[in-house]
Design a protein around this ligand. Sequence first.
Ligand SMILES: [Zn+2]
Length: 245
Amino acid sequence: MDQQLSCVDLAAASKVLAASPRVQALVKHTVGADHFPEALTLMTSGRLDGDLGGAVHDLLVDEIGNHSDITWSGVIRTPHDDFPVHVNVYEGVYWAWGMEYDPIGYFLSRDDAIDYARSAWGEVIPDDEEDDEKEIGDLRCPYCDTTDHCDHLLLMVDTTFRQAEGGLLYDAFNARWAATVGDADDPDFDEREPFDKLLDEVSALADHESRSFSDSALGMSANYILFYCRSKPRTAAAAKAFSDG
Ligand SMILES: [Zn+2]
């Protein structure tokens, strides 16, 4: 595949965006109802010319930059470090993001964007193919690359001993789990199923999950799942939704 050909500029991508009701509403709100038909014509023709075209161009750049979802992720492996790489999607338009690299343009198919992300920046390991799970202290936030706890961490949970260990949901999760276990009178009560249900609830609120483990000197091993949201407001909204749930 020729990646130069599959990558397009924003004007070409705007032909796809023009079909999105969400984008149409945004453009209409920004340029006003009078100018909207002309703005839509510029987008569908793939030519963002003139003042109006320029205004639409800038609007779409901001919108795509701020409101895309991650649809694929991996890490760029270098001898000393791993850097996160994402493919993002906004209303049918895809773009590849690598930490410390400038985005090169837009793709009109997810496969093209992933092909680019996997080949443009050296050795890239997709997250779902990463076979060697990282030990808990080596695990990095996919959004800010820290190994410490950060604003993106929704929940760090020990799935071996069934307890929250960190994250914004720490208190709420342990409280709801204690209530669940406390309600069970049955001596044969199987904790696994309700625990998995609670994890499913967190998973639905998170943007990313990583699995990890720790080995203690005593040979006691524990497994962890870390749930992340891609921004601080999303972490806060997820915590509120979980506490209300
Ligand atoms: Zn972070």
